[in-house]
Ligand binder design. Sequence first.
Ligand SMILES: [Zn+2]
Length: 250
Amino acid sequence: MPEGDTIWRTAETLRDGLEGKQVRVARPDRLKRLAGCTVTEVKPVGKHLVIRFDNGLAIHSHMRMNGAWHVYKRGERWRRPAWQVRALLETDDVVAVCFAAPVVDLIRDEVPKVGHLGPDILSDGWAVADVIERARSLGPTPIGELLLDQRVTAGIGNVYRCEALWMRRINPWKSAAEISDQELAALFEAARQAMRANLDGGPRRRFPGYGRGAVHGRGGRPCPRCGARIQVRAQGEQARLAYWCPACQP
Ligand SMILES: [Zn+2]
């Protein structure tokens, strides 16, 4: 599943290909009002992506589990099948194609779509004090669910919440109310640092000191820190799988 770091890298690719360029062809039909318009901005907001045009309209997309935007040179072979195409924008030089995203809307005002989100964890202006205030306003919540709550800070997905909790030795089911502001700040900072470290890396995420990650996707295998068997269990309404070390994160 794409997390905030993936969306940031996608935005960068789209910016290189589209920003300041005029769109010649826009598909499907409901996007055809964008033909002839120039792309003014490509903006990641957590796991959402907003592409703005000079006529005041924008494409709002959300990748969920399998969606992706690709940018191809004209005539280049696509890496995913045409039946998965949800949106296509063609300029004189490139074709930007959105595959399999469940949300691709033409919007004017982005506030109803992304206004509820907390500050993007990868943005330069991100301030941990603001994030803690937002977290506290939600009342007692298991910390594993709080990290995924996009109203607190946007962009953290399942991989980074599991890894950050492991780094800070916090059990995913511990209530945020039992965690100090200082500890909470260190946890969000750990997630942010790990995500920022992956912004210009290769296609596979890396975590300094433990490769592809310590716990996520490693249920039943030994913890790289203490050797205990990594546990896995669904957490929260969306039943996202939490991975944790029962010895390091009691
Ligand atoms: Zn451990």
